[in-house]
Design a binder for this molecule. Structure first.
Ligand code: GTP
Length: 342
């Protein structure tokens, strides 16, 4: 079974983390994000994955190579960003597509039953079957109502006021190859705005998916996904967490520091005595001095945080930045890669 994974976006909402690491391979709980997606696909019989890349494509290939635990990985590179639909046509033009395939946004952490979605797709004879997930608050999503026979009636843009359904597009589709023929060659297109609306009540079905779903595209959701993985709210083969539900990577030294609850310390980090790392994520090679306080923040690789510094909730520090002794990075602040604070 084949899957095409969209991995070419710039990930602007996760900047500065995505300045030099593309979102699909950002470390999440210590491993490249797509590793979780590939494991999930593998559990549902996918053994051939096309990674659709553009922005920083070499970094995606460097992180994943040409095989992930027995799944063959191939790369489709676009010269200009083709959006979420154009990459399907490009893979088609390159003669790479099977007759039926999954297509996924490369930023969703999820455990839906893809096998059941595939069965439903076969039963209805759909051209495309889109996983729809229920959300509590629809205000930041477009919603997707379906008719009693399961066909998608419309793609409704987000708007204020009550929505006709709380089901939203989960970024996980099963497609017949001929869907690609409806997309113009060599141009950007959007699955959500161009391709699917034209298939409403005309071969596009919804699959009401149950289970865990999180799009990791903002710092807040990246942190939530991290905590959920640490707590085991979504299945993974992460190493055993400590009593506080935290992970400390190989080669890291954290003696005398309080790591957790629910923190991730990457590989080769040093965290000084008296420092607290609470619900925070440190990527590899981070150095933190003594008596620092890091809370609900994300610290990219090779950052140095000196003695007595504070990093407050929601702050994101780019790779190689320095936070000087005693300085504070305020709540929600963004520190650019290589910048010096204080
Ligand atoms: P933001 O800039 O923060 O919105 O993130 P993004 O660029 O990743 O966009 P979005 O979250 O809407 O993208 C959904 C999925 O499509 C992600 O997995 C992206 O990597 C992917 N994607 C977005 N634009 C492109 C593109 O032009 N080409 C390819 N190949 N993938 C894309």
């Amino acid at each position: 079974m084949q899957a095409l994974v969209l991995a070419g976006g710039e990930g602007t909402r996760l900047r500065p983390l995505t300045a030099d690491v593309p979102k699909p391979v950002l470390p999440l709980a210590g491993r490249p994000f797509l590793g979780f997606m590939l494991d999930w696909l593998g559990r549902h019989g996918v053994d051939d994955v096309l990674l659709s890349c553009g922005f920083l494509s070499d970094a995606v290939e460097e992180a994943l190579g040409d095989d992930w635990r027995g799944i063959r990985l191939r790369y489709v590179r676009e010269r200009e960003p083709l959006g979420t639909g154009g990459p399907l046509r490009l893979a088609y033009d390159e003669g790479l597509l099977d007759e039926r395939l999954y297509m996924l946004n490369g930023d969703v952490l999820c455990d839906f039953d893809l096998t059941a979605q595939r069965e439903r797709h076969a039963e209805t004879g759909a051209l495309a079957t889109i996983a729809l997930t229920a959300v509590e608050d629809t205000s930041s999503y477009g919603v997707v109502p379906t008719a009693p026979d399961g066909q998608v009636e419309a793609f409704l843009e987000k708007r204020p006021g009550p929505a006709p359904t709380n089901r939203v597009n989960a970024g996980c589709y099963l497609l017949e190859r001929e869907v690609a023929e409806r997309i113009p060659s060599g141009a950007a297109a959007s699955m959500e705005h161009d391709v699917f609306p034209s298939l409403c009540m005309n071969g596009l079905y919804g699959f009401h998916a149950e289970g865990y779903w999180m799009d990791i595209g903002t710092p807040e959701r990246y942190l939530e996904a991290t905590w959920d993985l640490l707590e085991g709210r979504i299945a993974s083969d992460l190493p055993e967490r400590d009593a506080g539900g935290s992970l400390v990577g190989e080669g890291s030294v954290v003696e005398g520091a309080r790591i957790g609850p629910k923190a991730v310390v990457g590989e080769r980090c040093v965290v000084g005595a008296g420092t607290v790392v609470d619900h925070a994520v440190l990527h590899d090679g981070v150095t933190v001095g003594e008596r620092c306080a890091l809370e609900r923040c994300i610290v990219a690789r090779d950052v140095r945080i000196e003695d007595g510094a504070r990093v407050e909730a929601g702050a994101v520090i780019g790779a190689g930045a320095v936070v000087a002794a005693g300085a504070t990075v305020g709540a929600g602040a963004r520190v650019e890669p290589g910048e010096r604070v204080g």
